[in-house]
Design a protein around this ligand. Structure first.
Ligand SMILES: *[C@@H]1O[C@H](CO)[C@@H](O)[C@H](O)[C@H]1NC(C)=O
Ligand SMILES: *[C@@H]1O[C@H](CO)[C@@H](O)[C@H](O)[C@H]1NC(C)=O
Length: 370
């Protein structure tokens, strides 16, 4: 849930910190090339031949040729629970995609109690007409419970340097399950490519669900990425205030809903991170919110002064936020106004940054330095 800016600001009046307005960049420090538009896009992934898979929230998987701008469709996508924030979410390629053609999708699915997140894998076969089909679809992971309301599924997918599949699992607005080790809601999850819990996970000895869990206490974790040292960073939406950039450590608790720099939507306060030194504090946080929806740790050199920085797409802030990482600290360095809710982000092979806007007619943009 994310309330309107006016309402949230009115509720927060006087009580919360002032945003870093001085960091806001009016002039965009890059050229932005619109490629084409989509119906409520959520995520995208590059194929080895530079074509791009794009998810649309109603359950369509599109194949874009960015050169000709032709858009095809991939059939065989599972039925998704479209509504609220839910639908078709992320897409990722198996690390050995060139050999096995396997892709992964995350999405909201309906079932007893409402909707929950799920992850499936399937083989992608491309045809000669710019489209393709999925076959052998297999659900390899799902939320351990469902809820009504259609909120905070998250489920970003990322393969690690260890070959593991990482999933950032949202708490579907249920709050306390993020601290419950018998639930996989509100956790960072580490699995083998077939959905089995990865050996050596920190809570492996405690039970089946516990064995999937890498870290806990997450709310709506929409972005995860590796830095050059192989450390995992994560962004998550807080409630009213308290969006976080976290450095994710094995077995650590990130606090939701016990501690948070924001407050509940009804105005109730939440103890701050400083009251619980045993819980991991964010490396950077935002009050008021930026609504982080995607994250890369920039590894290229095309944007030469951005290497190693966290680049975050923001929904309510309609911006791209750049945070500098020094050792294990992070600080917002720049906020670039985009004039649209920004949803997904990926780095291209050549170091160009690709972003996708949210909502109906959301455009895929290729960003290169001025
Ligand atoms: C990818 O293939 C290599 C070589 O066969 C293998 O060692 C590795 O485990 C595979 N990765 C995954 C995630 O299956
Ligand atoms: C899943 O993959 C792991 C690692 O390759 C393997 O040890 C395990 O047996 C597999 N599980 C199933 C159910 O195939």
């Amino acid at each position: 849930m994310r309330l309107s800016i006016t309402c949230a600001l009115a509720l927060a009046a006087g009580a919360l910190a002032v945003p870093s307005q001085q960091l806001e960049t009016r002039q965009q420090p890059f050229k932005s090339e619109p490629i084409t538009d989509f119906a409520e896009p959520w995520a995208f992934a590059f194929l080895p031949d530079d074509k791009i898979l794009v998810t649309e929230r109603r359950g369509n998987l599109r194949l874009l040729d960015p050169t000709t701008k032709a858009k095809g469709s991939i059939t065989g996508v599972p039925t998704v629970a479209y509504g609220g924030q839910g639908g078709l979410h992320d897409v990722a390629l198996h690390p050995n995609y060139t050999e096995n053609s396997i892709i992964y999708l995350s999405y909201a699915e309906s079932g007893s109690g409402g909707a929950g997140g799920a992850v499936a894998r399937a083989k992608l076969t491309l045809d000669t007409n710019g489209g393709g089909a999925l076959s052998g679809l297999e659900v390899i992971w799902r939320h351990s419970s469902k809820a009504s309301g259609g909120l905070q599924f998250a489920c970003r997918l990322l393969f690690g340097p260890d070959g593991a599949l990482w999933i950032s699992s949202g708490e579907i607005n249920q709050m306390t399950p993020a601290q419950d080790m018998t639930s996989n809601l509100g956790k960072v999850i580490r699995l083998y490519d077939n959905g089995t819990a990865y050996a050596g996970n920190p809570f492996a000895s405690q039970g089946a669900i516990q064995s999937q869990i890498w870290s806990l206490g997450h709310r709506n974790p929409l972005g995860i990425d590796w830095d050059a040292q192989g450390r995992l960073w994560e962004v998550e939406m807080g409630p009213m205030g308290g969006d976080e950039l976290n450095l994710i450590k094995s077995g650590a608790n990130y606090g939701w809903p016990v501690v948070c720099e924001g407050r509940h939507y009804d105005g109730r306060t939440i103890p701050k991170h400083s009251t619980r030194p045993d819980i991991e504090a964010p490396k950077a946080f935002w009050v008021p919110v930026i609504s982080p929806a995607g994250l890369i740790i920039y590894k290229g050199s095309l944007f030469s002064s951005w290497t190693g920085n966290a680049i975050i797409t923001g929904l309510s802030s309609q911006s791209i936020v750049r945070a500098e990482i020094t050792g294990d600290t992070a600080k917002e360095a720049q906020r670039i106004s985009m004039g649209k809710r920004m949803r997904g982000i990926r780095e291209g092979k050549d170091g160009a940054i690709w972003v996708i806007e949210d909502g109906q007619g959301g455009r895929l943009l290729k960003l290169t330095p001025n």
